[in-house]
Structure formats: C-alpha cells, structure tokens
Design a binder for this molecule. Sequence first.
Ligand code: NAD
Length: 269
Amino acid sequence: MNHSQGRLANKVAIITGAGCVGPGWGNGRAIAMRFAQEGARVFAVDKDMDAMTDTLALIKEFNGDVTPYTCDVTDSKAIQELVAACVKQYGTVDILVNNVGGPVRGGPIELSEENWDAQININLKTVFLMCKYVMPIMEAKGAGSIVNISSTSGIRFSGAPQVGYAAAKAGVIQFGRVVAVEYAKKGIRVNSVLPGLLHTPLVEAVLAGAQAGGDAEGLLKRRQARIPMSFMGDGRDTANAVLFLASDEARFITGTELVVDGGMSAKCD
Ligand code: NAD
C-alpha cells in the first residue's frame, strides 16, 4: 500500500467504523489508511476510540490528514453532531463510506426478534441515517460520492444462516441503486462494495474462538477451499475497490456493485 498518487487529493471523506476489532487489516482501517495515502482528509468515525488507535498511528506515520471522532452511527442525533463536526473541521463532505456492520448467526427460528432488529439497524439503518444527514451537503454543492460496504452475503447464501445480515446487506445494495438514480442529475454517485470471505481481525477473533474448540485450522481451510483464487483477501482488497469507486476515476459509475471475493460468487457450488 505504498503507491500514493493523490487520487483523492484534498477530498474530505467520512469513513464509519474506521477502527478494528483487533490488530491487522479490517475494512474500515484499511479504507481510512488507503484514503489518507491518496491525499484525502479523513474524518474517521468509530463508536470505540481505542479501536482506532492503530488506524491513527498508521496514518500519522506518513503525516496523513486524519481526524478521529467517536460516534455510535445507529444514533440519529449523534450523527447530526458528527456531520456538523466534520463540516466545522474540514468545511465540507466530498465522500461518505458507510462501513459499519457485521453479522449475527441464525435463521428465522433461531434468530431472536431483538437480534433481527439489531441486524437491520447496524447494517442498513446506519446507511440510511448517514446518507440522510450527509447528502444535503453534497446536494448543495452538486457533487459527492457514497460507497456502502455490503457483502456477498447480500447476493448469495454464504454458507452460514445469517438471515438478518443477508437481508440487510441485500437492502444496502438496493438502497444504493435507488438513491443513485434519484441523485444522478445532482452529481451524487452511490455504489456498493461486496467483500466475500476475507481474512480480517474479525475472522481471527472467530478463529481464536474455534481454536478453543480445537478446529481453527479446519475452519480456515474450509473457507479457503471455497474461493477459486485459493486465498482470502483482507481489508486492503476492499479498500482498493472503495478507493476506485470513491474517486473521480469512477465518474461514470453509479448505482452498481463491485464484488471483491476471489471469484467465489461466480461459482455455482
Ligand atoms: P471490524 O468489526 O473489524 O471493524 C468495524 C468497526 O466498526 C469497529 O472498530 C467497531 O468498533 C465499529 N463499530 C461497530 N458498530 C459501530 C457503531 N454502531 N457506530 C460506530 N462504529 C461502530 O469490521 P470488518 O470485519 O472490517 O467489517 C466492516 C464491514 O465490512 C461491515 O459492514 C461488514 O459487514 C463488512 N464485511 C466484512 C467481511 C469480513 O470478512 N470481515 C466480509 C464482508 C463484508
């Protein structure tokens, strides 16, 4: 990740979930880092300031421009304060990356009603709320780019029954298409990135849990075996896709999805 070309020079980017559950390349951390490398002014948002420690340190290493901000992006009032704080700091918002999300296991019988609501809230409502309060700024200046992090679980059965997650991530994709068409003439582009099976700190945490049960290696092997490219990407692969869609290089691209999964969703088995 050392090929800075200023592809986002001076763009102000809000990235939600810019921290990470552990050391390594989660999606939000990698996106924040990659954006800063390309000259963006990064407004890095996470509900947990400690989770952003490594993200901030990595960006400061090359004197990148980053402002950390603590906010729970399921909270509408807190989001309004977040957006005001970003505008106060940087004057505007050019790019919004909605990255916060995550799965809870369970089909309709196992998943509690509370967990269903929580899955829709964290994976889909956060996207709606962030757009609701950031888009007026983009609309007023006739320009903006929004990238929503969905998942291949939003278009395929992932192998794990996660109905709330899958339904919410599918919702993110269709939300993006509708808003993209509605705002195309106003200069706002909206796209989704769909990561597949990644080797992120979150997966490491799951592996550590599996290790306690004795089959961490088996779990890793089973994941890898499903990917045509035979390795798991990580947050940096997501970040490069998000960078492209967020940048002016994608000026004619809106209302679409970019799958980052080593070919997995192209297979029929
Ligand atoms: P992560 O869990 O490593 O990091 C996400 C960050 O979001 C954490 O620092 C956490 O504190 C923060 N966060 C959680 N809830 C928040 C809230 N309400 N408000 C503000 N911040 C909050 O994440 P990750 O595994 O890199 O996943 C990021 C996104 O990528 C998610 O939308 C996820 O569904 C998607 N995704 C991940 C994978 C994968 O394999 N990791 C695959 C497909 C899609």
